[in-house]
Design a protein around this ligand. Structure first.
Ligand code: MN
Length: 495
């Protein structure tokens, strides 16, 4: 990823003289300096000279477009800035936009306030003039209100930065499809041309044996070294299997990991899909190998699910560098627990769950796959962290995309599942299983999800808004009748 920066542009005008403008510049410099010093932001904020003329505003926004490192512009109206001055610049600007609606002073200086002070510090007024124009132009932007030293404002601004990087990086996501979508499956398929037009995703198919050639070319010494790494890093649960045979099966996954990684690196892909029914010369379904690649930041979708693969990659980008991140993974709704008071959905997949979401020890097991005709694949087995997260599903409705976001509460399973040889997560969807699942199904959500502990609903909505697609939130306040109406109204708006 690039070393992204965000520009801080302050709006004003020359109505109040040079002394006022000098103070405006000084204030915005202090804000930028302090924000950068706070350590609360994932990227540097770059101060820009105060924008007071149509020409300068237009020039600055075009420079922001051109600057590859600029991931967005933060705008602040210190004083009144007549918004016709912003029209041409805003129209030509094509990156994420934030309107930081703040002012330099936190408190009204009751004892000293006079007309000069009010004229100088009138963002309450100038921000409305500017906001009107952005609305009239129909431009998406994040509006953040509050004093610039307030931690809540920092959190919002920081979250928006992660989202903005997601918007910028979306058009660099390239998905390698190793084999096609699973036959007869509907929800994992979709219009790749539309996805590229909208999100910028490049989705290309390769014959599986082209990837197998990379796997076969991996040197034995490299495989052995990686197996050693696995054996030192993970618990080895042979469960009565022959030690040597077990290690050989693990080595197959190590070879696949190295081969696929070389394939992806050489061809510049950031996400990959596989299909258990089309493995060509692969000896095993890539399990452990894919889990490790996901941990390294690659997106993944099973059974050819390129939309989820791209979303997993996107959400990994959107959480990159986040302190104390808890993890992001591909998941699948598998089995319910319907016991009253303990309701939830067991999340898993055949094999491919990212170890970033693991809680506690991670072990390697080797078991039959119950599907397909290959040898027993080695896989990483673990349970996942507790806490809130979001499960997302991007679906293609034929004429448009819809992003479904469900807020979920991840929990420990009530009891261990010693006979289940796959990684799992367990969650209760909000508002509860009954409404959460019904709402998800009504909205058309898939069985595959891109899941993260580290992103908020708001961030995903902002991402969807940036591309003009519908987002449907299923959360604490969801009720079926309101949701049904929302979907009906949306179907009119988004056609
Ligand atoms: Mn699946």
């Amino acid at each position: 990823m690039k070393n992204y920066k965000f520009w801080f542009c302050t709006g004003s005008q020359d109505l109040y003289g040079d002394e006022c403008l000098a103070k405006v510049a000084e204030h915005s410099k202090i804000i930028v300096e302090e924000l950068n010093k706070s350590g609360a932001f994932p990227h540097e904020i770059v101060w820009k000279p105060t924008l007071i003329t149509n020409e300068l505003i237009r020039k600055t926004f075009n420079e922001a477009n051109q600057d590859e490192e600029c991931a967005g512009v933060i705008t602040w109206m210190h004083t009144f800035s007549p918004a016709k001055s912003w029209i041409l610049g805003l129209k030509e600007y094509n990156k994420p936009l934030c309107h930081l609606h703040t002012q330099f002073n936190e408190e009204i200086p009751y004892d000293t306030i006079d007309m000069d002070f009010m004229n100088e510090n009138q963002s309450a007024h100038g921000g409305r003039e500017y906001g009107h124009m952005v609305t009239r132009l129909g431009i998406e932007r994040k509006i953040i209100v509050g004093h610039w030293e307030n931690k809540k404002v920092w959190e919002q601004l920081s979250s928006w930065m992660y989202t903005a990087v997601g918007v910028m990086e979306s058009s660099h996501i390239r998905v390698a499809r190793i084999a096609d979508n699973m036959r007869n499956v509907a929800v994992t398929d979709g219009d790749k041309v539309s996805a590229q037009m909208l999100f910028g995703w490049e989705v290309d198919a390769y014959p599986v044996n082209e990837a197998v050639e990379y796997v076969n070319d991996v040197k034995k010494g490299d495989v052995d070294a990686l197996v050693e790494e696995y054996y030192s890093k993970y618990e080895i649960l042979t469960e009565g299997r022959d030690e040597k045979e077990f290690r050989d099966h693990v080595a197959v996954q190590a070879q696949i990991e190295l081969g696929l990684e070389k394939f992806l690196t050489e061809k510049n892909y950031h996400a990959i899909v596989t299909h258990f029914g089309d493995l060509g010369g692969m000896k095993q379904l890539p399990g452990l190998a894919i889990q490790r690649l996901m941990e390294k930041g690659y997106g993944f979708g099973a059974e050819g699910d390129w939309k989820t693969a791209a979303m997993v990659r996107l959400m990994k980008i959107m959480t990159d560098g986040k302190k104390d991140a808890k993890g992001t993974s591909f998941l699948e709704d598998y089995t319910y627990n319907f016991v009253p008071g303990k309701e939830g959905i067991l999340q898993s997949h055949m094999l491919e769950i990212c170890p970033t979401i693991a809680d506690g020890p991670i072990s390697i097991k080797c078991n039959p796959l119950s599907m397909g005709d290959r040898e027993d694949p080695a896989r990483l087995v673990f349970t996942s962290k507790e806490g809130e997260g979001i499960a997302t599903s991007l679906i293609d409705l034929g004429d448009r995309f819809r992003l479904i976001i469900n807020e979920v509460d991840c929990k420990k399973c009530e009891k261990p599942m010693p006979k289940l040889p796959v990684a799992t997560n367990f969650w209760t969807p909000r508002p509860n299983l009954e409404v959460g699942a019904a709402a998800w199904i009504l909205a058309g959500g898939a069985h595959h999800t891109a899941f993260s502990y580290d992103l908020t609903t708001e961030q995903m909505i902002d991402w969807a808004d940036a591309f003009g697609i519908e987002s449907v939130v299923i959360g604490a306040n969801t009720d079926m009748r309101t949701l049904k109406n929302e979907l009906r109204w949306n179907s009119v708006y988004y056609r």
